[in-house]
Design a protein around this ligand. Structure first.
Ligand code: PRX
Length: 629
């Protein structure tokens, strides 16, 4: 079948289309209905069907390829490498699940996972899935304030964490940040399960903190039956940044997600059972959920979890892994490729990369130079794919497994089956013509695997994402885009206050709120500014209460360091602005709205646009001047 027909069938006849795709996973009880969209925009998929993510990822493969590699955990930080077969992984999941049950965790309870990239993190996620607990993985780079907000929202019964992560050979303690977060949070977990890697000493809170190794030893032979879940019950929450300071809990289902992953692993990532797959992302992000942990395992592939830098011990590390495990499909982000591009090319040439069939890149715009460079170096197709935490799997891509259509530089390709993607004019709401810039939207229902709702806040789900256009519910991606005459899409950045630093999605409002908590900060605006390596970096413009402290170069440096320190300790270094620039006033409209887009334009040397509503035109001029100080 050609892709155009495949796509058309998915849009015109979603029930039949997805019933066919649903055969890619195992169901304990067959579903009675494929789609219920009677309560639009809430879509329910595979109603009445019972299944389990852990069963599909692990148990079903134990019977047919129990000794094949399932999880390969490599750390160049601790110089360790461990291969778990499907059977061994199942055993470890059973132990972890038994520990969770013994700590009172049951179906529907939330478990927060705050972990470095170690095998136990994936094991904890899969153990939650096994017993029907809802996991909420928080990126290890986030600090106590971010963590506390997520604890308060999800109200976890249990938190699974570790003594420390490690970066560049230096231990990064987790436990003190976690303790501070629990102190800050209103909701208190009953228990904290700690994996002691022996990296840094930990203090323990009596009655609350429990040691994983001790409990594991008590559950070595545990057999925990799979909890079958109705397709629309929840599997996890993953927080993501938006326009407000409060991150949204993206809530995912079970059956729809399993089908979407199995389907995308087949048609987009083209992975086969028994092969090795390597994604360089982190379990704290959506790529880690979909395409480190669940997707590859559901496809029966060995998945590689890597803890360490891409250039340590040298820039050949990833390619040595590809050679050693005969990786067929690899998934990374443009920033990582730009980092490698700065390294001597012989590191890539040293290894036999003949197993590799394609490299998938996502998370941020892929520029043409980077794409051309890596495709020449590797000699394999580079597949740019565009999607979001909200969707859980690609919206735009080349669906190679159906038809190997040509890629187009700078474009993530065509709408993926199941997604009725359109580009709408921002002011008129009408469809844009070819090469006309507009907002990328998806007409409901969203396909299986996409978010069910905002955790605990259906109203916010509807009001944030959905608009009725011509009587049809339409989901906004908050991305600008254009479609060329051949139907290829190009993504042109966000329409909201979200920025993308090295493929990490961050809300400028969250960073602003954190900076505002510094005693000497009167006003602040954070914008994303173009960066050669990271795509974007955050730059903060700050009006001080006592401006005299920043009168000298040293004074400014000291104040900048303090402000960065506040962000580091509250949100984590991942959110730290690259620069803090001190100004006397911020450009605003007469009604007091910050002109972030104009500030950003000035920073990038572009035309700041329509300034008829600006209150104080001089303030924008001052921003320009302050930038060069
Ligand atoms: O702005 C788009 C950008 O990243 C946003 C979603 O980020 P996140 O929720 O972290 O999900 C990442 C999943 C891969 C999008 O709204 N983005 C993601 N992929 C691309 C992209 N921008 C351009 N090209 C892409 N391939």
């Amino acid at each position: 079948m050609n892709f155009a027909d495949f796509y058309k069938e998915s849009i015109d006849n979603p029930q039949a289309f997805w019933a066919e795709e649903a055969k890619l996973i195992d169901w304990h009880t067959p579903f009675a209905q494929v789609l219920d969209y009677s309560n639009a925009p809430f879509a329910k998929w595979f109603i009445g069907g019972q299944t389990n993510l852990c069963y599909n990822a692990v148990d079903r493969w134990v019977a047919t390829q129990g000794d094949a590699a399932a999880l390969i955990a490599i750390s160049t930080e601790t110089n360790s490498e461990k291969v778990y077969s499907f059977r061994e992984l199942q055993t470890e999941i059973n132990r972890m699940a038994a520990i969770m049950l013994s700590l009172g965790v049951g179906k529907g309870d939330r478990v927060l996972i705050y972990m470095p990239m170690i095998a136990e993190a994936a094991i904890a996620m899969l153990a939650c899935a096994r017993i029907g607990a809802i996991h909420s993985v928080v990126f290890g780079g986030f600090a106590s304030h971010s963590l506390a907000m997520r604890i308060d929202d999800a109200q976890p019964k249990l938190i699974v964490s570790a003594d420390a992560g490690s970066r560049g050979g230096k231990a990064v303690p987790y436990k003190p940040l976690l303790d501070a977060a629990i102190d800050l949070a209103g909701a208190k977990p009953a228990h904290v399960l700690l994996i002691d890697r022996g990296l840094v000493p930990m203090t323990s809170v009596a009655g609350r903190d429990v040691d994983y190794a001790t409990l594991r030893a008590q559950h070595l032979d545990a057999q925990v039956p799979v909890t079958w879940l109705e397709s629309n019950e929840s599997s996890y929450i993953l927080y993501t940044s938006g326009t407000t300071g409060k991150p949204k809990g993206v809530q995912r289902d079970v059956g729809g997600y399993a089908v979407a992953l199995a389907s995308s692993m087949k048609h987009i990532y083209c992975g086969n059972a028994g092969e090795a797959y390597f994604s360089t992302s982190d379990i704290g992000w959506v790529v880690g959920h979909s395409y480190i942990v669940y997707g590859p395992l559901i496809a029966g592939m060995a998945t590689i979890m890597y803890e360490g830098l891409p250039i340590s011990p040298d820039a050949g590390i990833w390619w040595s892994i590809v050679e050693k495990y005969k990786v067929t499909r690899m998934f990374s982000a443009p920033t990582a490729v730009r980092v490698l591009k700065k390294q001597p090319p012989e590191f890539m040439k040293k290894y036999d990369l003949s197993s590799l069939k394609a490299l998938y890149l996502a998370g941020e715009p892929l520029d043409e130079t980077t794409s051309t460079w890596i495709s020449t170096e590797l000699g394999v197709p580079i597949i740019d794919n565009y999607w979001q935490t909200e969707t859980g799997w690609p919206i735009l891509s080349i669906v190679k497994g159906v038809e190997d259509k040509p890629t187009r530089l700078g474009s993530p390709g065509l709408p993926v089956y199941g997604y009725n993607v359109r580009i709408l004019n921002e002011s008129t709401g009408q469809d844009c013509g070819p090469n006309e810039k507009g907002v990328v939207v998806i007409e409901g229902p969203l396909p299986p695997g996409c978010m069910q709702t905002v955790y605990g806040d259906d109203k916010r789900f509807v009001s944030t994402y959905w608009t009725k256009i011509d009587g049809r519910q339409t989901y906004s991606t908050f991305d600008w885009g254009i479609r060329d005459a051949d139907g290829y899409y190009f993504i042109l950045g966000r329409t909201d206050d979200v920025i993308n630093v090295a493929g990490h999605r961050l809300g400028t409002r969250e960073i602003e709120e954190s900076i505002s908590s510094h005693a000497n900060v009167s006003e602040v605006a954070v914008v994303g500014v173009e960066d050669q390596i990271k795509g974007q970096v955050a730059v903060a413009f700050v009006v001080l209460k006592h401006a005299e402290v920043a009168a000298t170069q040293e004074g400014r440096k000291a104040q900048e360091k303090e402000i960065m320190g506040v962000v580091d300790s509250q949100l984590g270094a991942v959110a730290r602005p690259a620069r803090v620039v001190f100004v006397n006033a911020l450009p605003k409209t007469r009604s007091g709205k910050l002109l972030r887009r104009s500030i950003q334009a000035v920073c990038e040397g572009r035309d700041p646009g329509d300034l008829t509503t600006i209150e104080d035109p001089i303030s924008l001029q001052r921003i320009k001047e302050a930038l060069v100080i």
